[in-house]
Design a protein around this ligand. Structure first.
Ligand code: SF4
Length: 185
């Protein structure tokens, strides 16, 4: 069984991309004395049924750790506007940087609204994502904490924990342009 003890530490808003990536990220934050507030904000995910599927899997993780989840609205039209002109970019290119910025801007706004000084993201768990590119977008927002969740064996740990919890593990990153590209997860 996974640890389910909630440490009362410094609050940090954790932008969550999906249940599997949240597992080891939450575990690490708790072990470092943080009190994570989970924020599921992923208007990049397509279609809506996939967005909901990933959200429901996050609820399994949150329940395991005794945490609540705040779910952002699915505003895929706004996301499409944010990446306009880059639909055909290669994976890990400019479209992805714009996508990171879009989600992190919403996380920053939610942290402000809740009066939480710090925020970070589970996006860095993926071994397919360059954490530096995510940090480059995040540093534009006050309170963004650069935490590389793939470090300290975070990616492998997320796989172990996902299996323990029986989570759905998607085969593509999220948007319609990444479907069929395993390297973008
Ligand atoms: S591949 Fe992933 S990170 Fe890149 S734009 Fe699509 S959803 Fe965003």
């Amino acid at each position: 069984m996974l640890a389910s003890t909630l440490l009362m530490g410094k609050r940090i808003l954790l932008h969550v991309c999906c249940g599997p990536c949240s597992t080891s990220s939450i575990e690490r934050l708790l072990s470092e004395g943080y009190e994570p507030v989970l924020f599921f904000s992923d208007s990049n995910i397509f279609p809506y049924a996939e967005f909901m599927k990933r959200y429901e899997n996050l609820l399994i993780v949150a329940d395991n750790f005794g945490l609540e989840v705040i779910r952002d609205e699915w505003d895929h039209d706004a996301w499409r506007k944010a990446v306009k002109g880059h639909e055909g970019d290669r994976e890990h290119g400019e479209r992805c940087s714009l996508c990171f910025r879009f989600n992190l801007s919403r996380a920053a706004a939610k942290a402000r609204e809740l009066g939480i000084d710090l925020f970070t993201t589970t996006l860095t768990v993926s071994r397919f994502k360059n954490s530096r590119k995510i940090f480059d977008e995040g540093e534009a927002f006050p309170g963004f904490l650069e935490i590389d969740f793939k470090k300290k064996d975070g990616f492998n740990r997320s796989i172990v924990l996902s299996k323990e919890l029986g989570l759905y593990r998607q085969q593509w990153c999220g948007c319609e342009f990444s479907m069929g590209d395993r390297s973008a997860t």
